[in-house]
Each structure stands twice: as structure tokens, then as C-alpha cells.
Design a binder for this molecule. Sequence first.
Ligand code: ZN
Length: 264
Amino acid sequence: MVSRALRPIALMVIAAAITVGMSAPLTANNSADASGDGFDVGNWSDPDDKDHRIRWNPCQPAVTFAVNAKLAGGTASARDAAVADTRAAFKRVSNRTGIPFSFAGRTAEIPTNGKDQSWSDRQKSAEIVVAWVNQSRAKFRTNLMSDGDGGYPSGVGGWMMRAWTNSDGNWQAAIGRGFVVLNAAHNSTYKAGFGSGVTRGALLLHEIGHVVGLGHVGSTAEIMYPTMLDRQYSRYKTGDRAGLSRVGKSLGCISGASDAWPQI
Ligand SMILES: [Zn+2]
């Protein structure tokens, strides 16, 4: 007899840091069945040993995102451009996954864990908050980005999933909150837009890839490679697209998700 959850359980958060560089040690591909050479998606195994793809419910009316671009640039037009890039990146992820992302406007929120409260329970302005941060200023700092060997990374993206049992006793699970934090100290490294070079567009595509459940891959061609590279393009490649198609609408609706995750 398996004990059933009476209410949603917070399961986990994944947060993956990225830095900019020309080369970096490869991370091992996840060898789970769900993943291939060019993509990495995750499964959660429920107490009845049934696997669930780690993903958003693609059938909710909208998955909202808000942007804190206060530190994204030195002028209003530079900040506007950062918001425009963020919206364009979400649009690409919508196109690939069928998840209906919707812009909820600008926010002053910075995703961060509280003393007794997860970032995911604190988030107020949208289901996903994208914020530029400054780790040397208390007011603009996040504890979701840690200081590694090479200093703070350029960005971190993550999600929170909950699992619950429906009235038929079957387990369900869905991501319901996400965040992206981007290091404003690295702004000058990233060109605006989605062209060639090391771009903010590619950085956003990478971090939003994490928000929808993608992990890192070993192939340098893919956006989900763990280091930002100087490329001729800023778009999802074959492996990335294969991963996105495996966390999206083609997998169907997740029943009960709207009860487990109040919409923002
Ligand atoms: Zn990453």
C-alpha cells in the first residue's frame, strides 16, 4: 500500500549555471532512456514506479513570465531591447513546445530563496521571473547564483515541480514555477539580439531551455551546451529542438495541474 499525498509536494529544483568561454570541460550526457546525444530531458519516477516527464502543463491557458530589466542596460532603450529579446526567446520556446507563454509585464522582483521559503513560493509577478542581478549589491543579489571557481556565472535557470495524486489515485507531476537570473556584470560580454557572436539571445534561449526542463548536453553545436560559445547563429539546433518537442504539447495535458499550481 502506497501512501497518497493529500496535497501537492514540492519536489525539487534544478539550477544550472552557465559561463561564457571558448572551451570548457564537457559534462556527461544523462544516459536515461528519455535522452539522446543532442538533448537531455528528465523523468520523475513516482512511488508506483511510473515515470513522468519533467515538464509544464502545456494546457494551462497561459504560462506567464515577467521581466526585471532594471540592470539589463544603462539606458531605457537598452533595457527595452533586453525585454524584447526575452519576449522573443519565449516566443521561440512557445513555437517549439506549444507551451503558451504570455508576457505579464515588467517587475522589480528578483528570484531568491527566503529564510524559510523557497523562491518558488515567493514569486508574485508571474509564474516565471527573468531578472538581471548584481551579486555585489545586496538589493539586487540572488542566492540562486553561486560563486564558482571562475566567479559568478552569466546566468542560472531553474524550475520547481510538484506531484500529487488525482481522485483515481494516480500520480501526476508538473512544473509550475520557473526563474532565470542573469549576471549584469557580464552584460558587456553579450551582444543584443539573436545574431552571430556571443549573444544575449543565445543566453536567454539556454536559460529558458532549463526552465522548460532541458539539461546540458555534450555537443558544442547545441544551445544547451553548458558554455556560451562564439557561434554564427543564436538559435536552437537539432538536438535542442528534439528536446523541446519532448517537454511540450505533444505529450498531452497534465490533469490536476491547475489545482496543484495556482495561476499567477
Ligand atoms: Zn545551463
